[in-house]
Design a protein around this ligand. Structure first.
Ligand code: ZN
Ligand code: ZN
Length: 107
């Protein structure tokens, strides 16, 4: 995995590298980019924007659930320590039933 600075394609902010692990999403708007097939491999040619649509508990942290705006695939990233907490909380309050419907609709 490469930890590098990048410009967020959704909000346009420059995102500094994280330091402890590879930064894979914007810590302001939480958007990510569909670049991985397996986490960190950067082998996906889709390159669509990954839109955050939900949160799920993962060990002692959380995973952000994404849906690619281009290929509609569901993708998950572990949240970073400096992520926008307000947005994380907002996402975690999304109605779980409609979320599951959304996933089955796209499969
Ligand atoms: Zn952003
Ligand atoms: Zn995609």
């Amino acid at each position: 995995m490469i930890d590098e600075n990048f410009i967020c394609e959704n909000c346009g902010k420059e995102i500094n590298k994280l330091g402890y692990t590879a930064r894979d999403h914007c810590n302001y708007c939480l958007y990510s980019k569909h670049v991985d097939i397996n986490p960190g491999d950067r082998k996906n040619t889709c390159l669509g924007l990954l839109k955050p649509i939900g949160i799920e508990k993962f060990k002692d942290t959380y995973k952000i659930i994404y849906q690619c705006e281009k290929c509609k695939q569901i993708h998950k990233n572990i949240m970073a320590s400096d992520d926008n907490m307000d947005l994380i909380i907002k996402l975690s309050q999304i109605n779980w039933d409609s979320f599951i419907m959304l996933i089955s609709f796209n499969e």
